[in-house]
Design a protein around this ligand. Structure first.
Ligand code: MN
Ligand code: MN
Length: 462
């Protein structure tokens, strides 16, 4: 069954909204290039919408009533928002989940060295990347350096027009006959993803590595950082520059980190706008998805369960059993990006069961690979309910699998929250160039996802 192209459904007034949301999103992904930067901005947006700190409410032994809004930030990388509903929480919550970490190159702990009249930084890539895509493009450095005394230095270099940028070299075509015989996976090798940061030696010094010395001097002078401070730093090399309109018709956006900030941002907007929810609305924006959702800020940690318990306690609704019921009775859209059909690589897709740019929000009943292995595989009953909700709200949506059978696969956080016994389905927005430095999305899909999330938060399940 062919789904309709969302653009065909828009009147002038809709187009104003499509462009308004797309522009907010374009700004968000241009400004927020790391999970920490996302968390800071999300918190600001939440506070502007009337959310208060859960931590503070717990400390002050406050209480929560229906209509109250609280947020929790865990280790500056994971954000959860709750808008308390009128229904008892043990009847379940309506949860929007997405992740705010993206593939990138993390600077190693002992990164700085000099070679061939240049200073370079060693990196270890984070998430699945085609390494050759990261050479010969401008990179920016973002992150936090934590000093021994606990003070921190925030770094973001390479985004402003006057900023320098950094980069990874690639071999000139003239000398590449050997390199070009290699498999694409090793054309540029992981250990060679070294970021060039300088080439000017320090004059009048006895030091052997004068370029390295000069760089350390700049770090000290401009940022107050010693070489040892790299040991406790989280610095990320990411594509430099703002997201742009893509296409002569400006129907798309090209930008870094759309996996999965495109779902995170649209889920967040829907959460901030929901009015008087019946079921408690939750927006869960997690970290570490790209490396398996492990760690204290990943979905596999107990943090979500713990803060849900805190919210129930402040609402006078907590018991161990009530918490179990709340989680099991919840409904969730676990949102992440899907692969949009790509006519340049048509053979990777099965055309009837793939997502297309512009056909709206995507639902994936299952993900996984090699016979759905590792997939959450949402219940048909739940999908039936979602069809009613989305059609009822006039949302353009489509269903998809990631590529054709045995082509590969992928998965996200749905299988983790499904462990509570709740209804959860993978959903989200389709991208071209997923996990590349510059991913492409459709403005219509961004708008439909935002509308779909809004409709979901208002859903009643009885
Ligand atoms: Mn993702
Ligand atoms: Mn991903």
């Amino acid at each position: 069954m062919e789904r309709k192209n969302a653009w065909n459904t828009y009147e002038e007034a809709d187009l104003v909204q499509v462009n308004r949301i797309a522009e907010q999103y374009r700004q968000f992904i241009s400004d927020c290039k790391t999970e920490r930067e996302c968390a800071v901005r999300i918190r600001e947006m939440a506070e502007a919408a009337g959310y208060v700190s859960l931590e503070k409410a717990v400390r002050e032994e406050g209480s929560l009533q229906p209509g109250d809004k609280v947020y929790a930030v865990h280790k500056k990388k994971l954000v959860i928002l709750f808008h308390i509903g009128t229904e008892p929480m043990e009847r379940g919550m309506n949860i929007l989940g997405a992740h705010i970490d993206s593939p990138r190159l993390d600077i190693k702990q002992n990164p700085l060295y000099e070679d061939g009249e240049m200073a370079l930084l060693e990196t270890h890539y984070y998430g699945g990347i085609k390494k050759y895509q990261w050479a010969a493009i401008p990179l920016a450095l973002h992150g936090t350096v934590v000093k021994k005394d606990g003070s921190t230095v925030e770094i973001a270099v390479g985004e402003q027009p006057g900023d320098p940028v950094f980069g990874i070299s690639d071999l000139l075509i003239h000398l590449s006959s050997e390199q070009l015989q290699k498999k694409a996976a090793v054309v540029v090798e992981g250990e060679n993803l070294n970021v060039i940061v300088g080439s000017r030696p320090l004059k009048d010094t006895e030091e052997k590595e004068k370029i390295r010395e000069a760089l350390l001097g700049i770090l000290k002078e401009q940022y107050g950082i010693e070489e040892e401070d790299f040991l406790s730093a989280e610095l990320e090399a990411v594509p430099a520059g703002a997201a742009r309109d893509f296409g002569l018709d400006r129907s798309m956006i090209m930008g870094y980190g759309q996996d999965d900030r495109i779902c995170a941002f649209t889920s967040l907007l829907a959460q901030l706008e929901v009015q008087d929810p019946a079921y408690t609305s939750v927006c869960l924006l997690t970290d570490k998805e790209e490396i398996g959702s492990m760690g204290a800020t990943g979905m596999q940690s107990r943090y979500f369960e713990n803060v849900t318990a805190e919210v129930m306690q402040l609402s006078g609704q907590y018991s161990e059993l009530a918490l179990r019921r709340c989680l099991q009775n919840s409904h969730m859209l676990s949102s992440d990006v899907s692969a949009a059909f790509d006519p340049n690589y048509a053979s990777a897709f099965e055309k009837k069961n793939t997502a297309y740019l512009g056909r709206g929000m995507v639902f994936n009943k299952y993900t996984g690979s090699r016979g759905k292995s590792g997939s959450n595989d949402a219940c048909a009953e739940y999908i039936g309910q979602l069809r009613g909700i989305m059609d009822g709200a006039g949302v353009c949506w489509q269903t998809a699998e990631l590529g054709k059978v045995d082509q590969g696969g992928g998965g996200t956080i749905a299988y983790i929250t499904a462990n509570y016994g709740m209804d959860v389905i993978d959903s989200g927005v389709a991208l071209l160039n997923m996990h590349s430095p510059w991913e492409v999305s459709s403005k219509a899909d961004i708008y439909e996802a935002y509308r779909g999330y809004g409709a979901f938060l208002k859903a009643r399940w009885d």
